[in-house]
Structures are given as C-alpha cells and as structure tokens.
Design a protein around this ligand. Sequence first.
Ligand code: SF4
Ligand code: SF4
Length: 296
Amino acid sequence: MTPLSRDYLKTKWRSARNKLPTWLPARQPDPMFQVVLIETQNSCTRTCGFCKFGLERQDPGRAVISDGIIQKIARDLQRIDYAGRISPFGINEPLLEPRIFDIIALFRQACPKAAITIASNGDCLNSKLYDRLFAAGLDYLFVDAYDDKALEKVEKFRQLANVTVNDMRHPDPTHLENRAGSVPGDEKRAAERQGSNCLRPSSMVFIRPPGQVVLCCSDMYSDRVMGDLRHDSIVDIWQNQLFCHYRETLAHEGRKNLQMCQNCSYGGKAALRGWSTPAHHHKWQEDYQAIAQRAD
Ligand code: SF4
Ligand code: SF4
C-alpha cells in the first residue's frame, strides 16, 4: 500500500477541520437562573461595617430603578414562566422602598409560580406593614436583627407564618464574605480560593439601579456590568458572551484570571432560593446537579 503523502494528509486535515463546527453538537445554552435580586433603590437605615453603607467607598448618589424597568423585568420573567425566586432587594433595605407593595403585587401576578421573598433589617417593620406585604403576594420574610433593640422589636414576628428572624448581633466572621475584596480583612480566604469555581453567576441575576445586571451580589458598585435592561432582555443578558465567559472561566480556571473574582472570599455555592415549595425545590435541585457537573 502506498504511504499517504504529507501534503495529502495536510489537505485532508484542513478540509476536515473546516467541517468541525458542523460535526460538533451545538453548545447547550446555560441553565436558566434560579434567583433574581432587584436592588430597586440604594439606601439603608444602617451602616454595617461589612457592607457598602459602612465603608468609605459609596455609591455615587441615590439611584432608583424606574417603574418601566421593573415592569420590563416582570414581562421578561412572565415570558419564560419563571418559577424561581424573586427578591426585590439587593444591598439595601427593601422596606425603605415606597413602591414595595406594588412591586410584589406586580411580580406575583406576572409569575404565579415564583417564590417572592425579602430580607429586611426590621427597622421599619410593623404589623400593618407585615399584613400589607403578605396581602400583596409575598411568600417569605427574613428579618436580620443587628442589635439588641432591633431584636427586641422584631421578636414578636418570629411567631408569625412565613417569617424567619435571624439574630445578627454578633455575626460569625467565617460566615461573612469580603464582597470581592471591597470589605477588607479576608485576604487569606480569598487567596486560598483563587483556583475555585463559583456558581453565583450560574444561578443568580443581580440587578442594580438604574437597571444594570452585574456579575453577582458581591458587585456592590456595578464594577462588572453584564448588560443593561434598558436595552436588552434579562434572558439575552443571561446568555450573552460576557456572562458565559465568566461561567466558563470560573469553571475551568477558577478565579485567578478574573479581576473581581480573584479578590473574593465567597465559598462558591450557587445562590440559594431561600424559600420554595417542594415541587420548585425539586426542579431547582435537578437544575443544579447539571450545573455542578458541568463545573467539575
Ligand atoms: S442592614 Fe443590610 S443593607 Fe443595611 S448596612 Fe446592614 S448589611 Fe447593609
Ligand atoms: S467569586 Fe465572588 S465576585 Fe466572583 S462571581 Fe463568585 S461571588 Fe461573585
């Protein structure tokens, strides 16, 4: 048998290589987010030392998401029959939002299968407000009490349905995170996690005023903007090249080559839904098994 010439093999390889994309199965779209956090305005009643309100660097000014963007998010989620968690707060105090009841009612109507939850520091909470939140369609309320007075005030809500009161007067430092290096003092843990994946960008959409989707909830100042809801849909942003790049890089190289992630001490778990019906939770676990395998 005549040996095949080098040039013949090269030609064959080039021709085969040109056909490669058609042989390969198309890249599967990344699984859909399971948590949507919407920081509708950037203010709080407190200045905790492990949060942007207690740090030197501040947001440049008061910012609010417009009614139009909130309605657009609701429409985008309705279109995909979204059944994950919707939380109309970010790094802020949701009960300072005067539109909170209307916002909850809007998402309740648009996404009847979703779990709507908020976490508050309890400073503005009272019984009337509790009733209005649940009448609007809230599913679950978390209250984090940061001092004795706050804990005493919110204690009575502990007995009520669908409320969890967390005693945050002396938070365990190992449970706090450094918000991608913005909160100083956790450099050692951040250094140890340079090679680790992080599933937040595979599970969460974090929306900041005036309508930007940022990398994750550690991005307190919108340093890594993935897209802008004033121009694109939530699903288009989720599936865009930049978001996919972060997921892929985190999965295959860890954090070391990603400017914000390389300083981050967060453990890397997927964003939790916080609260859900058993059926939703089951679906969520199935989705996350797929994400975790992809990230291995
Ligand atoms: S109560 Fe929450 S949002 Fe407000 S400063 Fe403290 S940690 Fe930040
Ligand atoms: S490593 Fe930190 S900054 Fe990067 S995606 Fe995870 S939580 Fe966000």
